[in-house]
Each structure stands twice: as C-alpha cells, then as structure tokens.
Design a protein. Structure first.
Lengths: 114, 419
C-alpha cells in the first residue's frame, strides 16, 4: 500500500493480544487486533448482531463477539463459528514508529462464507 | 456411547432455532442424506430473543432474526414441512406421524419441539384475553395494543416480563409488574442483580410489586381487574403473562421415552433409543461440566446443543459441554450471566454495586462458579475462562478492580496460578 493511503489508528501500546481496541477509518468504526507480531484491522460491528468486536474475546487468531459468541478469523475476516455467516471487512494494517496504521480502503469482506 | 448405524434420513421435529441450527449443522458436518424439518409454525426457523425486545418497540418486523435465509434451505436440500404438527412416533417402525395424515420414515429423529409459555390458571384467567410471548404472532398482537397511556399489567418478573416492561415503557405505556417471589429474576440471578434491576425499572417509571401473586382476574367493562394476594387490586387494559415455559415433551412421553419436565438425554443429546435425540428448550441433557442433567431455556443452548446433536448424528463423538450463558436487555442495560448462580456461594463485586458497568463473581473455595455482568460483556467472557479453568484464585485479587480479569486469565493460562 502506498503512503498516501495510510491512516493512523492508535498507538501500538494501546492494543495487546487479548485486548483489541476501537478506532476509526474515515468515520467508520474498526477494531484493531494484535496477533503475534502482526496487527490486523476489521470492521468493529459484528455482521450478525449489535456486538462490537473491539470488545470481543481474542482466542488465537479468532475473535469471539461479546454479544452472541460467534467467531471470526481476525486475519481473513471470515466467520468461523455460528451464528455468524457473513465475513467482516478487513483493512491492511502495519505498525511503524509506535503507531498502527491502516489502508483507507477495505481489502475484503461481505458475502456469505463458503 | 451407542450409535445409530450411519443414518440416511434425519427428521427434525420442531422448526425453531434448535431445529434450524440442527439441520444447518448436519450439512456443515457433511451429512448427505435426507433432512426434513417439521414445524408447527408457518415461519422459517427464527430466533426468539427479539420477540420480547426490539420486536415490541418497532412497528415493523425487521428485528426478526431468521436462522437462515429462505434460499439456504433449498440450496442445502433441507426439506421444510411447515404449519404441520407431529402427532406420534412409532419407534418400532421408525416413523413420525403428522397431523396432515402423512408419515415420515427416519433413521435418526431429533426432537426440537421447544416449549410453550405457561398459562395462568387462577379463577377468571380464561374469561379475559391474556397475552403470552412465544411467537412472532404473540409479539405482533401485543405491540398493537401498546401505546401511550395503555395500562399494562405484567404477571411475572422474569426475563420476559421485565423485557416486555422495558419495551412497553418505550411505547409510553403505564406498566405494573406483579411478582410472586420477593425479588425479580430470582431463578436466574443473585440478589444483588435483582436489586439493581428493580431500581432500574422503578427509575424508568415501572411499578414493581414484589411478593404479589394474582389470585383472580375479572373483566369490568373494557378493563381487566386483577386481585393480588395482599387484597389489592390492579386495573389493566392489557395483561401479559410471563410465568415461565413448559417443555413440549408429550410426543416423547407418549412414545415411551423418558421425560422429566423435558426429554431426558445424555451429553450427546441421545435418548435411550439410539435413534431418537432431543435438542434445545425441550432437552433435559446431561452437562459434563456441571455433572448434572439440566434444562436450559436459552439462545445458546438452542443453537449449540442442537449443533452438537447434529455432529453426533453425522458421526462425531463429542459431547455438548458448555457453561450455561444467558443475556437480557432492559432499559439499555445488557445483563449477561454465565454459569449457574448459587444461593450459597460467596459474592465478589468488581466495581460499585448498583452502578453499571460492574461484574459480580460468585466463588466457592476460591474457584469462580458464576458471573453476572452489567454492560460489561467482555469482562464476562474473561470470567468464563476463569470458570472453565477451575483454577483456585485469590479472592482479594478477584475483587480488586485495579487487577484486570484479562490479566488474571493470562496468568492462569501461563500456569502462574495453580489449577
């Protein structure tokens, strides 16, 4: 991704592997995750109900929605446990100079899971 | 575990959330045989939580949560027989008889017949219209009667009664809740949560009358008059009864299967007949974590226990073993409960009791037994980890709001805390 398309989301120190945080990209709420050394960004709102994934429970590379305990892959956005069936939109993210950045346009998401 | 020999025809009795999820999960597990859902309701399988919440607030039906979109059933070759009632099971012939005269053969039968709202039986109860909440039609009927100034009396301060109270206040109704017990939601939550929610409702103008059972009901003109056990009278335009549900276990009982307020099944959802299973609200199933048979009337159980049964039928060997989890939304406060609250457990409050957000933990011998969270769903999820870990924890630490539950969970997982 090119430099012009990056938007700062939060400090690296704001997010830990078990506690994601909420941020915004162009007015849209997103959730920022850390899995191992890498950072990932998905839409904050669950595709099934009114749960916020930044308030979710992280288990490995999956996030469990706090509302109905459905799950998504943090890395791909794909649903991995009922009742979720629609993928999350995801954004490319990178960490630099103590900040987490994301692309301004989503990479993927939407549509029924395979 | 005894196992049915690779079934080719699965019939699911009950077209609710459990029935729908069971069918979906059969296909997800690779089951390629015939799958039929027999549903008494005319609707596709749907989830019921919104019936006492959003569905009553809105005038439209957009909040109905269908288990699957309609085309998914055709795409996955799930046959729907809706608006039809199963009348009997012939276990010798492995046949299910329906009220339209047809007969379905099965290799595996899943009883997902759910439950029905319990009726009020006091004198006069059959002489006036009483609203129950169990179906889409029930919710539509009730909301059409709720408007500004409507005098609504709700009998029963369980989840349903209190959720209806919250929605009815949204619509401007004058709401009175009569509860026979000495606190609200007494079956589901510890006293501290009952107290919080009683205060919450009263602050929103709900009149809650505890220790009040209804002894008789009569019509007076256009109004309904309810007489309380203390001799007081309550005048209503509309009455809602929310005094629990009764499992629809008659089909199983008449087929000679064991019932005990619900169909008795093992941890795999199987009755003593290895070709008959039960799932959802009707299934009194053995929970290996709690080491007891339990009947759960919850969204989680309707979904996940049904999925577990489907996996067993498709050849899996995993029991259903989850910690019970409930939620309720009232006046903008999200209450979640995990584990089974106990009357004799020690209570630890994280935060200020009575002020959201806060978390209430129950412990026994240093182990977390249950947790309730008010507007703190993530904290509840960490509490679930503590419950399932079985770890003995320092109670002072558990009660210290400066020590995050996330950190305690991390310590437990890294075995810094002996399990």
């Amino acid at each position: 991704m090119s430099e012009q398309q990056l938007v700062p989301l939060c400090l690296i120190s704001d997010v830990t592997e078990d506690l994601p945080v909420k941020a915004e990209i162009k007015g849209e709420e997103v959730a920022v995750f850390q899995v191992g050394e890498h950072y990932y960004v998905t839409q904050n709102l669950c595709t099934h109900g009114p749960g916020e994934l930044a308030e979710g429970f992280v288990d490995g590379d999956e996030v469990e929605c706090p509302f109905h305990q459905g799950k998504f892959s943090i890395i791909t956005g794909k649903p991995t446990a009922a009742p979720c069936t629609v993928a999350l939109r995801t954004w490319d993210a990178l960490a630099r100079d103590g900040q987490v950045y994301a692309s301004t346009t989503p990479r993927s998401g939407g549509g029924e899971a395979a | 575990m005894m196992r049915a020999l690779s079934p080719e025809q699965v019939v699911i009795v009950g077209g609710g959330q459990a029935g729908g999820r069971c069918a979906e999960a059969l296909r997800a597990a690779g089951f390629a045989g015939r799958v039929t859902i027999v549903g008494k309701e005319v609707h596709l399988p749907y989830e019921r939580p919104s019936l006492s919440k959003e569905m009553l607030i809105s005038d439209e039906d957009e909040s109905i949560a269908w288990v699957r979109p309609e085309q998914a059933y055709a795409e996955e070759r799930i046959e729907l027989r809706l608006g039809v009632t199963a009348t009997s099971i012939n276990r010798d012939r492995r046949e299910l008889h329906l009220d339209d005269g047809s007969v379905l053969s099965y290799d595996a039968l899943v009883l997902a017949t759910g439950a029905r709202a319990r009726q009020l039986t006091v004198p006069g109860a059959d002489s006036v219209p009483l609203h129950l909440i169990r179906t889409i039609e029930d919710s539509r009927a009730l909301r059409s009667r709720l408007s500004a100034g409507t005098r609504l009396v709700i009998i029963g301060a369980g989840f349903i009664g209190l959720e209806v109270a919250s929605a009815a206040r949204h619509r401007g109704a004058e709401v009175t809740v009569l509860e026979a017990a000495d606190r609200v939601m007494a079956r589901a939550v510890p006293p501290e949560i009952s107290e919080h929610h009683t205060a919450l409702h009263r602050s929103h103008g709900v009149n809650i009358s505890l220790g009040t059972s209804v002894v008789s009901i009569a019509r007076e003109g256009d109004a309904i008059v309810l007489r309380g056990s203390g001799g007081e009278t309550f005048v209503a335009d509309v009455v809602v009864v929310g005094v629990g549900i009764e499992p629809n276990d008659e089909l199983a009982r008449e087929a000679g299967l064991e019932t005990d307020r619900g169909v008795v099944v093992d941890a795999f959802g199987m009755t003593r007949d290895p070709q008959v299973f039960a799932a959802g609200d009707v299934a009194r199933h053995y929970n290996p974590l709690l080491k007891q048979h339990i009947l759960l009337e919850s969204w989680q159980n309707a979904q996940n226990q049904a999925i577990a049964v489907a996996k067993v039928i498709a050849g899996g060997d995993a029991p259903y073993a989850e910690i019970p989890w409930f939620w309720s939304d009232q006046f903008g406060v999200n209450l979640q409960v995990i584990g089974l609250p106990s009357a004799d457990a020690k209570t630890i409050v994280r935060g200020t009791s009575g002020q959201v957000p806060y978390v209430l933990l129950q412990t026994r011998n240093g182990r977390v037994l249950s947790a309730c969270a008010l507007n703190a769903p993530r904290e509840l999820r960490f509490a679930r980890e503590l419950i399932s870990s079985g770890a003995v924890l320092d109670e002072a630490m558990l009660g210290d709001p400066d020590v995050r539950l996330a950190d305690i969970v991390r310590d437990v997982k890294q075995r810094k805390v002996p399990a």
